[in-house]
Design a protein around this ligand. Structure first.
Ligand SMILES: Cc1cc2nc3c(=O)[nH]c(=O)nc-3n(C[C@H](O)[C@H](O)[C@H](O)COP(=O)(O)O)c2cc1C
Length: 166
């Protein structure tokens, strides 16, 4: 299959993610011709494991799913992706990303992509009203948007893939 390029898919600890991330986002992305570089936050790894999803996700890509940083002796496993979709993005991860905190592999990869002109970064937060009430929530979203990140409200995952074409 011709590849559109390398797509970084990132997921964090949001309710229900283990039931739709593969079928509604990762598989459609692979069908559209993207080579997938999947990175999970450490929080969500056991959720995928418990749901029996990790293996099925891994089967979609030749690149090992990441959630841990490499050792200094190890080479970077693949180049910076051509685009990123971070969905769902927890309130915790949105806040950390806006502040430039890279305390896990998923945030490190995203932080390094922000501001790279050739790399579109789409973020779909999933946060309820209790989380959005935090006094810095809007500031975090604005910070990301001002930096060129496409922050979208909750949409069908297929729509996120459409955004990469616009
Ligand atoms: C079952 C469950 C569902 C959760 N759903 C959400 C959610 O939809 N959005 C959110 O922002 N946090 C949610 N949380 C809280 C996050 O998982 C928590 O803040 C965690 O630290 C996020 O870590 P991460 O951003 O590194 O994945 C949920 C927690 C649990 C246990």
């Amino acid at each position: 299959m011709t590849t559109r390029g390398l797509l970084g898919l990132v997921a964090s600890g949001c309710g229900g993610v283990e039931s739709w991330f593969r079928t509604e986002l990762a598989e459609p992305a692979a069908r559209r011709g993207w080579r997938l570089a999947i990175t999970l936050t450490p929080t969500v790894v056991p959720w995928f494991e418990e749901a029996g999803e990790l293996q099925a996700l891994q089967a979609l890509t030749d690149l090992r799913i990441r959630w841990q940083p490499r050792l200094p002796s190890q080479p970077k496993p693949y180049p910076t992706p051509d685009a990123f979709i971070f969905a769902p993005a927890s309130a915790n991860s949105v806040a950390k990303l806006a502040l430039g905190i890279g305390d896990n592999q998923a945030l490190t990869a995203l932080n390094e992509a922000i501001g790279v002109e050739s790399c579109k970064v789409v973020v779909m937060p999933q946060a309820n009203a209790d989380k959005r009430r935090h006094p810095l929530w809007e500031t975090h979203v604005t910070t990301l948007t001002d930096a060129g990140v496409v922050v979208v409200s909750e949409v069908a995952p297929g729509r996120l893939l459409d955004l990469l074409d616009t």
